[in-house]
Design a protein around this ligand. Structure first.
Ligand code: SP5
Ligand code: ZN
Length: 355
């Protein structure tokens, strides 16, 4: 059974976020999560003959159940507040970047107040220094949510496979904190919207090279949404460092509904595809009736942001293994930073997902 071609949902507004830079160990380095990522992917998918549609707009209902309203409000307003406070002029920083994070160790049990100063508020919601907010960041992140919700609507209406070609990505965003080049959790929005549409059990399979700590956290206490991820081992020193370990299996009612498969640096197709098969089996056991794929292609050998070494064939085989679950599927773009290959990597993964 082939489900080709896939429907692709995209939005011009997703191009409005321009990271400008990442502050890495205090040093300003060029941003990697660039608008060109989306244009490159779209070019390849159009040539491959997929049906490409523009995103429409949706209200905040699902978004405000996935994230705390204070995070959404912060992201919507923080850049204007930053400009208003004069930071682009003095000291000359036009993007929102935190300088202080109110960690559990700092607060030591004190209440987490909402600070008056915008530069202090920045660290309450952003947990790293690499995820800057510029003038178009909110619009782009919100458009990615819209495109994702369109993908869900199309799947609910009977399309077997819909791909949300979105950026910025989302899987590192928790209920109330963003980071890792992500601002709003698109995959979590997709899973929640599929639940609303009547799918009582949903699985999120995350094949991005990095662990999706945000998606894991959002569903960690829930039995209805399985989160399963294969990723470079955080215990070997890789982002997100504090989550993604094999012993994180869910909590309370969510016990058993979280599966992490951390992989050694240098892992290639054979071991990576073994992990994909393990995860696909877990999705079957979970009894999911719909699937969300967090489709990052940064595990590819050529990608500069991860040490995994997956080939194009590996990605296609992974797609085919997930297609064999024969579940209605929403694929959501996550990472992937090697501009010359990421379009083809997404295309072959979708070809595999078509079955
Ligand atoms: C969605 C996604 O793939 N996010 C990945 C975030 C991981 N970023 C970790 C960056 C670690 C430092 N990289 C140095 C490059 C400096 N530009
Ligand atoms: Zn990644």
């Amino acid at each position: 059974m082939s489900r080709s071609p896939a429907v692709v949902v995209r939005s011009d507004a997703c191009l409005l976020h321009v990271p400008g830079a990442e502050i890495w160990v205090g040093v300003r380095t060029p941003g990697t999560e660039l608008p060109e990522r989306a244009t490159r992917i779209e070019e390849v998918l159009r040539r491959a003959g997929h049906r490409v549609v523009d995103a429409t707009t949706h209200d905040d209902d699902v978004l405000l159940r996935v994230h705390e309203p204070r995070l959404v409000e912060h992201l919507r307003t923080v850049h204007a507040r930053w400009v208003e406070a004069g930071f682009p002029v003095e000291p000359g920083q036009d993007r929102v970047v935190p300088y202080l994070m109110p960690t559990a160790g700092m607060l030591d049990g004190l209440p987490e107040r909402e600070p008056v100063a915008v530069h202090a508020a920045a660290g309450r919601y952003c947990y790293d220094t690499m995820t800057l907010v510029g003038p178009g960041t909110w619009e782009a992140a919100r458009a990615a949510v819209d495109a994702t919700l369109d993908a869900v609507d199309l799947v609910v209406a009977g399309e077997p496979l819909v791909y949300a070609l979105v950026r910025p990505p989302g899987h590192h965003v928790t209920r109330a904190a963003y980071g890792g080049s992500c601002y709003l959790n698109n995959a979590a929005v997709a899973a929640e919207a599929l639940r609303d549409a009547g799918h009582e059990r949903v699985a999120v399979v995350d094949i991005d090279a990095h662990h999706g700590n945000g998606t894991q956290a959002i569903f960690y206490d829930r039995a209805d949404v399985l989160y399963a991820s294969l990723h470079v081992d955080p215990g070997a020193g890789w982002f997100p460092h504090y989550a993604g370990f094999a012993d994180e299996t869910g909590r309370g009612e969510g016990a058993g509904a979280n599966l992490n498969v951390p992989l050694a640096e240098g892992t290639g197709d054979v071991d990576w595809l073994d992990a994909v098969a393990r995860i696909a089996d877990a999705v079957s056991r979970h009894g999911a009736t719909a699937l969300v794929v967090s489709l990052g292609v940064d595990a590819a050998a050529a990608d500069p942001e991860s040490p995994l070494r997956i080939s194009h064939d590996g990605y296609e085989t992974a797609g085919r293994r997930l297609a064999s679950l024969t579940l209605p599927t929403v694929a959501v773009q996550e990472g992937g930073y090697h501009l010359d290959t990421l379009g083809d990597l997404v295309a072959v993964t979708l070809r595999g997902l078509c079955g």
